[in-house]
Design a protein around this ligand. Structure first.
Ligand code: HEM
Ligand code: HEM
Ligand code: FE2
Length: 443
């Protein structure tokens, strides 16, 4: 670590880990409810648990991205962060808004729009918070000595992500209009600008870990940004099939969204090619596992499992079923969960000065969490296909079908336990060894 202000990143990572732990608890509540054990129903009904689970997910990922930016931007720009105090204020207010929203959900203080449940007054606080964050990042970047492609792609992703939050704040009385613009946020985030953030972090990690020339890595980054935009923007159409908009979206959405996996394939090939080309001298094997892992698992979860239900002929049947949950889990985990774990694994030894690069605990955490999540994905997939068949082909009523597929949630919970064990091991190392020290500062 070269700049003292990079230590701010640690606290964003700590918030990220805390929220992930909470998210997992709500996941188990829903898993048991699906099995038929909905004992908490009076206090935490399924819809509340679901909103809390998915919103915590978004906030822990965003907190991880912010931590990544606070670490990467000073290093790339060769400048201390312009105002460290403000960054801590931004962290605390982010946590407060998040907690207020989560508590509110338990008392029905929310908007019933999947992923955008956060009530309007809190939206304004989020906007102020994110503007503060972007102000700090942009000022640091432009005051710095260098503006590298990696730092620019990362910053561009963050700025666009903030802008795309706004369409979700427009008020519509019309369901179709509301749905149309909700996807500008949800889809254009995960299949557009977040991919730039992921690409930026991935490029930074590959430069540091493989030792391959920056020029080579950044050329790949351009290709990935290009592929993302070409496919992802019009790919939004795969959410417009049967929502009451023009039928042309069936064709546009089908064709462009089917091209989206190319960007993820690009990232996977990119990471593996750079690893093979590099000198493999960097000692941080844990970070290397997570870096290659995120590139590969995101291709499977987002690219292949996204492709599985993206054509209108398929989506007609699978829309809004557990097939969506199957894809949602492996895509979010592979692309955005694992990239956050990768940057934490890389930065931790640099911030603490402890050279814990290759521990057994770290290795076990990687494999258990990934095997567990893969198992969960399969369980969701099997339950989802059974659901689609019984509910949409045979025509059995929703509630009865849910009873039929309860057994798959036993397997889901077993795999989720494996996943959680991996995460617990990772967090154990983070808590035990993660605190930054000034002695870790090097020139
Ligand atoms: C990292 C990238 C991705 C993430 C995190 C992700 C996550 C998600 C999530 C959470 C949903 C449910 C959204 C909702 O109902 O509100 C969803 C839906 C969907 N995703 Fe993805 N996704 C990603 C990439 C992709 C790609 C590349 C494709 C296509 C090739 C795709 C195809 C779909 C489709 C068709 C749906 C709609 C499912 C339905 O109708 O219920 N996704 N995705
Ligand atoms: C122990 C861990 C977990 C369990 C038991 C669990 C379980 C569940 C369940 C039961 C649902 C609701 C499905 C439904 O609507 O019926 C759900 C939704 C969801 N979870 Fe998890 N989850 C866990 C961890 C995670 C993690 C780590 C992520 C992301 C990295 C995640 C992402 C999601 C998403 C995106 C949805 C919404 C899916 C959709 O739109 O259909 N979950 N989870
Ligand atoms: Fe999408």
């Amino acid at each position: 670590m070269k700049y003292k202000s990079q230590q701010v990143a640690y606290w964003f990572f700590a918030l990220s880990m805390l929220l992930l732990a909470l998210q997992i608890i709500y996941g188990f509540i829903m898993g048991f409810a699906h099995m038929g054990y909905d004992g908490l129903h009076e206090v935490i009904p399924f819809n509340t648990a679901r909103a809390v689970h998915t919103n915590l997910l978004v906030v822990w990922i965003l907190s991880g991205f912010m931590g990544a930016a606070y670490y990467i931007i000073p290093e790339e720009a060769e400048n201390e962060l312009v105002n460290v105090k403000l960054a801590y204020i931004q962290l605390i207010t982010l946590a407060l808004v998040g907690v207020a929203a989560i508590i509110g959900y338990h008392f029905n203080y929310w908007e019933g729009r999947k992923f955008l449940e956060i009530p309007r007054p809190l939206d304004y606080l989020v906007v102020i918070n994110v503007l503060t964050f972007l102000g700090l990042i942009l000022a640091t970047l432009f005051k710095g000595k260098k503006r590298t492609t990696t730092s620019l792609v990362l910053t561009m992703g963050l700025v666009f992500a903030a802008l795309l939050y706004l369409p979700g704040m427009i008020w519509f009385d019309n369901q179709t209009m509301d749905s149309f613009f909700r996807w500008w946020v949800v889809h254009l985030w995960v299949e557009g600008v977040w991919e730039l953030i992921m690409g930026g972090i991935l490029a930074f990690l590959l430069i540091k870990i493989t030792g391959v020339d920056r020029e080579v890595i950044e050329k790949w980054l351009y290709v990935i940004v290009g592929l993302t935009f070409i496919s992802g923007i019009l790919g939004t159409g795969h959410h417009y099939y049967y929502i009451g908009v023009d039928k042309t979206w069936l064709i546009v959405g089908g064709i462009f969204s089917a091209m989206e996996p190319l960007a993820f394939l690009g990232m996977a090939l990119f990471a593996v090619a750079m690893y093979r080309k590099g000198e493999k001298k960097h000692p941080n094997k844990t970070a290397l596992n997570w870096t290659l892992g995120t590139a590969i698992v995101s291709f499977v979860g987002a690219g292949l499992l996204g492709l599985a239900h993206t054509l209108p002929q398929v989506n007609l049947y699978t829309h809004g079923t557990l097939v969506t949950a199957m894809h949602g889990h492996l895509a979010f985990w592979g692309a955005y969960g694992m990239i956050v774990f990768a940057i934490i694994a890389y930065t931790m030894p640099n911030m603490t000065g402890r050279k814990l690069y290759n521990t057994n605990t770290g290795l076990l955490a990687f494999w258990l969490s990934n095997i567990g999540m893969l198992g969960m994905t399969v369980a969701f997939g099997v339950a989802g296909v059974a659901q689609v068949y019984l509910e949409r082909k045979v025509g059995i009523e929703f509630g009865l079908v849910q009873k039929e597929i309860q057994v798959h949630f036993f397997i889901l919970i077993c795999c989720a336990t494996l996943f959680t064990t991996g995460i617990t091991l990772y967090m154990y190392e983070f808590i035990k060894y993660g605190r930054p020290t000034n002695e870790a500062l090097v020139d």
